[in-house]
Design a protein around this ligand. Structure first.
Ligand code: C5P
Length: 234
C-alpha cells in the first residue's frame, strides 16, 4: 500500500489517503493540545506511544468481537485504518468522577459513580464540543436512533473489556472518549484509544498516567504514557 496526499491534519494525528480508497494512513504526532486548542505543547515520544497503545487496545477489542477501523501498524508512529465517515458525536464513558463531570456536577474528583455514565458531545471545534443528548443528535441528524443504540451498547462493552484488562495491570480506568464511523455502511469504532483520550490512574497511588499531566502541568508526561505501555506489554 502506498501513502498519498494528506487528507486532514488534526491536533494529534495526520490522516493520508492511500492508493486504495478503502484505507487511510494515520500518523500520530508528538503535538499536544488541550482546552480546545488554547494550550499547546510537544511531548517527545507521544506519537509513537499513542500509536502502539491504540493498536494494542484495538487488537484487544477485536479479540472480544468489537470491530474497529484498525488494520495494521506500519511503523512506530503509523497505522493503516479502514476509511471511515466519522459520526460527529464524541462518546464519553465514565466510571469515576473526574474532569468536566466533576466540575459540572460539583463532585469531588475520584468519587466512584454508582452507575456508569455515558455522555455525548457534538464534535465541533467551532462550538467547543458541547454536551448533547439523544434528542439533540436526532435534531442535528448526526446519527440514527438505531446507530446510537449500537454505539451505546458497544461503548459499554468497551468499558467492561478495558476496565478489567487495565485493573489486572493496576490501572484504574476513570473515563474515556470514543468515536465511531461508517465504513461501507458498517458501524466501526474509530479514532484512537490512548492516554490522550482516556484517564488512567495508578490503582494504588492514584497517580495520573494520562493527558491530565499535560493539561494540569504535572510534568513527566512522556514517562506516564510509557508506564501505561510498559504495564500493557510487560
Ligand atoms: O474533559 P472531560 O472530563 O469531559 O473528558 C472525559 C474523557 O474524555 C477524558 O478521558 C478525556 O481525555 C476524553 N476527551 C477526549 N477528547 C475530547 C474531550 C474529552 O479524548 N475532546
Amino acid at each position: 500500500m502506498e501513502i498519498k496526499e494528506m487528507l486532514y491534519e488534526g491536533k494529534a494525528k495526520k490522516v493520508y489517503r492511500t492508493d486504495n480508497p478503502d484505507f487511510y494512513w494515520v500518523q500520530y504526532k508528538d503535538d499536544a493540545t488541550a482546552f480546545n486548542g488554547l494550550k499547546k505543547g510537544t511531548i517527545t515520544g507521544k506519537g509513537s506511544l499513542n500509536n502502539r497503545i491504540s493498536a494494542y487496545f484495538f487488537s484487544l477489542l477485536a479479540k472480544h468481537g468489537i470491530d474497529s477501523h484498525f488494520v495494521e501498524e506500519k511503523s512506530d508512529t503509523e497505522m493503516v485504518v479502514k476509511a471511515l465517515q466519522i459520526i460527529l458525536v464524541e462518546v464519553v464513558v465514565r466510571n469515576i468522577a473526574a474532569g468536566s463531570l466533576a466540575k459540572r456536577l460539583g463532585m469531588e474528583e475520584g468519587t466512584p459513580l454508582p452507575a456508569t455514565v455515558v455522555e455525548y458531545y457534538y464534535k465541533s471545534d467551532e462550538l467547543g464540543d458541547p454536551l448533547i443528548n439523544d434528542d439533540h443528535i436526532q435534531v442535528l441528524k448526526l446519527a440514527t436512533p438505531e446507530q446510537m443504540a449500537r454505539i451505546k451498547t458497544t461503548a459499554l462493552k468497551v468499558n467492561d473489556i478495558l476496565r478489567s484488562h487495565l485493573a489486572e495491570r493496576d490501572i484504574e480506568l476513570i473515563d474515556f472518549k470514543l468515536e465511531f464511523g461508517l465504513h461501507k455502511g458498517e458501524l466501526l469504532l474509530g479514532d484512537e484509544i490512548s492516554p490522550d483520550t482516556c484517564r488512567f490512574w495508578d490503582k494504588n497511588t492514584n497517580e495520573k498516567l494520562d493527558k491530565d499531566r499535560f493539561r494540569r502541568d504535572l510534568g513527566n508526561v512522556e514517562e506516564a504514557y510509557r508506564e501505561v505501555y510498559r504495564r500493557l506489554t510487560q
